[in-house]
Design a protein around this ligand. Sequence first.
Ligand code: KIV
Ligand code: ZN
Length: 515
Amino acid sequence: MSEKLIIFDTTLRDGEQSPGASMTRDEKVRIAKVLEKMRVDVIEAGFPIASAGDFESVKAVAEAVKDSTVCGLARATQGDIERAAEAIKPANSGRIHTFIATSPIHMKEKLRMEPDQVLEQAVWAVKLARQFTDDVEFSPEDAGRSEPDFLVRVLEAVIDAGARTVNIPDTVGYNIPTQFGSLIADLRERVPNADKAIFSVHCHNDLGLAVANSLSAVMNGARQVECTINGLGERAGNASLEEIVMAVRTRQDVFPCDTTLDTTQIVTASRLVSNITGFAVQPNKAIVGANAFAHESGIHQDGVLKKRETYEIMRAEDVGWTTNRMVLGKHSGRNAFRTRLKELGIEFKSEEELNSAFARFKDLADKKHEIFDEDLQALVTEEGTEQENEHFQLVSLKVCSQTGEVPEAQLVVAVNGKEQQGVATGGGPVDATFKAIESIVKSGSGLQLYSVSNITSGTDSQGEVTVRLEKAGHIVNGQGADTDIVVASAKAYINGLNKLIQPTDREHPQADQPI
Ligand code: KIV
Ligand code: ZN
């Protein structure tokens, strides 16, 4: 029987560190429930000291999730560790993940600490965390650029202090597979008490090697991998969960271990994360891209029809791609609606919430006859983003666009409940709409990204629009969906503006240690 490979998902923590990918508490709980259904072993739900919102999110995930371990991140300080302990208290199984940097450059330039001080602080932090839970993980940040001799000393000391998992992060994505694999083998051999802890890895994708480095580490004895859905994460992202899990599952002939994940939940999780964060999945992305199982060339199609294995190494159904996905229509009732959403892991907190989502569903079903799971996911996300108490709300929009004429948008936006009108012309209907919104709101923000994709196929599909807005270094993503893509664009822009006005006093985990 092969050994267990622990999957530690950090979509809700490191994934959220992608610029503009911040998630609300309810969105985090929705994602966490899907991860739990997928049987992810550990869910890193956030960095509780970062802000009151982050603390509440970790706590809410700890309350909602029963079968996975819920983890909170903490720097090696008393304030961070106590806050993480408080946030994970409601969990059936809770973990504190504490870390401090060990590379020469981080110790000298960032922490301004001597190596011996860092070692002492690491041991102290692990002992403190152990007062709250037996399940403590320690990470020497920037291990990929740390001196192996120093790593050996630190790991031995933190394992002695009670760390059950020691995680080796390639924080800046600098390592390459053979070298990273050798580092793991070397540490496991040289740390005298290595057998008392699980070795984990956490790889960033700056050189596009996060998955390769993680798999090389697994070949060399790592038994926990930290990863994210769709490879979301700081800068170029983290190792992608779906690629790690499917590589290990598909190549059981070479890996001595396997995960216990229900891989059929992968596509649902991928869509949900993309839908909530506004980070689209590229069509040729392995496992979860729209083309991942599509065969274009005639030769391939012919081969697959004769025997699937000629060109397919995995079954689309095994990762959650289904063929018949039309789920609801114009005549579906409230019960069918509620039941299907429950199957997708979405439950309503009150009858009013259900009624309001159902009313939206009926509106959509009038415009679009077949409603797919993706439409339902978008509808619920929109339900969460279009709160009645939002500062800016789209009331109405009229756009004239005609060949040979300059497009013009007229709209009404409620600002704090007070309706205001805006009119503007632009290079196209979307440009005119955004300018009309700005004529009212005057946000002064820069549009960094505008993307539109169809949620399902067909010309009656809803268009899903993402905008990324930036103001004074604060970056947010706004989303909107509608069968009319100009309306979807206006909704996305307004959703972004509502996020932009929220205060950002969040602490970044990799900021200096407030010792
Ligand atoms: O990349 C990193 O080093 C991290 C640590 C907090 C584990 O995210
Ligand atoms: Zn990281």
